[in-house]
Design a binder for this molecule. Structure first.
Ligand SMILES: Cc1ncc(COP(=O)(O)O)c(C=O)c1O
Length: 374
């Protein structure tokens, strides 16, 4: 069996060994429940609160604005549902290219009476900001705008400040799914006009099943998960102690190494683009890969042929891990994102997504294999 090449880092990433080291004591000896009042519990409580402080400092938020959750999905569900239930929003503006964590929550709320508008997407895959302003200015009701910071399938990014300022102008609540950008870009939340953002540890070499919801201190909502008094009565359930410790450690490492890692990964993406264009005629890229885009994601269209239709299958046989569109939908149905932006609905789309653990040699191998497959 050839060695595995993992180019699906937008789906999830490998745990950094340093993160595992930080988690280990809480997986073994330090297992006290953070809610227990004796010393063993207090030590766990301290670990959770230190993690919260670390996360808040890195994102330039107040620790009281950071809530630990089970990941991006729960965080977005909480923020969007609370905007309708607790903040008086009756109208939701979103886009057709959001992650299902957002889209399906919005669709559910639509069934319970919320009005929903979809902002136009430009051919580049970017949000039509003029249309967003039209929708906001015509909305006679309190509005929630939920637009993702970076799209997990094509990499396109919105300008958080521009979008947030527009929301402020029309007194709208602004939630952004930042699952693909927390741990990949610097944040300065105290100076960013946003009400809710989200994060998931497994997207930046942290553990799975742990995330954050940032709730701006000016926004007061009720819990989504009911039960005990954990997370200051906002999110019930015994804390994912080792996950929370791992989340903070992974975010710390990502922040410390941001310049080096982001430049390195961007180099890999550009190298892959060059090699694909050189060796595989007829391919195109989705979105705006050299513009406002994730440095980690490259979405490639291969012209439809009998051979290209088998790419994903052949990649798997060759032990190369990639996604067709989104990991969440690959193998089950076509991607709703690619369907919304594609000018060639027959093209075969492959998403390559990179991390600090990938190398140019791996890309050379993938290109060589691809040439053989097409
Ligand atoms: C943009 C985006 N939002 C939300 C999620 C969901 O995050 P999680 O799987 O941690 O719940 C993902 C994960 O695929 C994602 O890429």
């Amino acid at each position: 069996m050839t060695e595995r090449i993992y180019l699906d880092n937008a789906a999830t990433t490998a745990l950094d060994p340093q993160v595992l080291d930080a988690m280990m004591p809480y997986l073994t000896t330090n297992y006290g429940n953070p809610s227990s009042i004796y010393s063993y519990g207090r030590e766990s409580r301290l670990a959770v609160e230190n993690a919260r402080k670390t996360v808040a400092k890195i994102l330039n938020a107040h620790p009281a604005e950071i809530f630990f959750t089970s990941g991006g999905t729960e965080s977005s569900n909480t923020a969007i549902t609370a905007s309708i239930r607790d903040l008086g929003c009756k109208h939701i503006i979103t886009s057709q290219i959001e992650h299902h964590a957002t889209l399906h929550t919005v669709q559910f709320l639509q069934q319970t009476g919320a009005k929903v508008s979809y902002v136009r997407i430009l051919p580049t895959g970017h949000i039509d900001m003029q249309h967003l302003e039209e929708l906001l200015s015509e909305s006679g009701e309190k509005t929630l705008v939920t637009l993702m910071h970076a799209n997990n399938e094509i990499g396109n990014m919105i300008d958080l400040h521009e979008t947030g300022n527009l929301c402020r102008k029309y007194n709208a609540i602004f939630h952004s799914d930042t699952v693909q950008t927390v741990g990949h870009f610097p944040f300065d939340l105290r100076n960013t006009p946003v009400d809710f953002i989200t994060g998931a540890g497994h997207k930046f070499h942290g553990p799975k099943g742990v995330g954050i919801l940032y709730i701006n201190e000016n926004v007061k909502i009720k819990p989504y998960v009911h039960g005990g008094s954990q997370e200051r009565n906002m999110r019930a359930g015994t804390e994912n102690l080792y996950g929370i410790v791992g989340f903070a450690k992974a975010l710390q490492l990502a922040t410390d190494n941001y310049e080096t890692d982001s430049n390195y990964i961007k180099g890999l993406k550009l190298y892959m683009m060059e090699q694909l264009q050189k060796d595989l005629p007829g391919i195109t890229f989705n979105g705006d890969p050299t513009g406002r885009s994730l440095y980690t994601v490259l979405s490639v269209n291969f012209p439809k042929t009998d051979k290209s239709e088998m790419i994903l299958f052949n990649m798997d046989i060759n032990n190369i891990c990639v996604s067709g569109g989104s990991a969440c939908s690959s193998g089950i149905e076509g991607s709703h994102v690619i369907s919304a932006i594609s000018s060639d609905p027959d093209a075969v789309t492959v998403r390559f997504s990179f991390s600090k653990y990938n190398t140019k040699d791996e890309i050379d191998t993938v290109i060589k294999k691809l040439k053989g497959m097409i």
